[in-house]
Design a protein. Structure first.
Length: 192
């Protein structure tokens, strides 16, 4: 039970599943509180024209917002267990980000795993995803955040992605840990 109350951390394996469950429970609680307030007002006054009805209706606003969040998490998909087992050993010294789900006005991009290394951002998707549109979307948002000259590559073939992780681990250059962390923070901020 203690595991449930720990906040879901973006970038960790199972984030979307855990967040989906947490948002569902919060949504149900919010609607239950609104319903209880409405019922309490109706029972005590014999009418729905009372102050508790107004509070109950206003309580439906955050509950409805939470319901929209639940629908988004319900549609989102994360990294499969099989993919995690294959990718995790290939990460090496790279910091992996699991269950990244990016949204745009036209489409959504489910990315199972991503890494940031220097000027390279690589990711892999297991679902149907327009990888070119995802790359352009991420490059545009990162440019707006002040990060230029980044190469974003999204793979659909997990074997090619694992090969690329090996190449990134073997590149001999000065590490840009602080900048990489800043880019990861931007990616977390723009993902679901």
């Amino acid at each position: 039970m203690k595991q449930f109350f720990k906040p879901a951390v973006k970038g960790t394996y199972g984030y979307i599943t855990k967040k989906r469950t947490q948002v569902l429970i919060m949504t149900l609680i919010m609607f239950a509180v609104s319903a209880a307030l409405f019922i309490a007002g109706y029972v005590t006054t014999g009418s729905n024209q009372n102050l508790l009805t107004i509070v109950a209706v206003l309580g439906c606003l955050p509950a409805s917002k939470s319901l929209v969040s639940f629908i988004m998490y319900f549609k989102a998909s994360g990294c499969s267990e099989n993919a995690k087992k294959r990718i995790f050993p290939a990460e090496g010294e790279l910091i992996g980000m699991y269950d990244m789900y990016f949204t745009s006005y036209k489409m959504n991009f489910p990315i199972s795993h991503m890494v940031v290394e220097g000027k390279n951002i690589c990711g892999v998707t297991e679902k149907s995803c327009d990888t070119k549109a995802c790359e352009v979307h991420l490059e545009t948002l990162l440019k707006q955040s002040g990060y230029k000259d980044l190469t974003v590559k999204i793979f659909t073939d997990i074997n090619k992605y694992i090969d690329r992780l090996g190449q990134l681990n073997n590149i001999d250059r000065e590490k840009t840990t602080r900048r990489d962390d800043e880019i990861r923070t931007v990616l977390y901020d723009i993902s679901l």
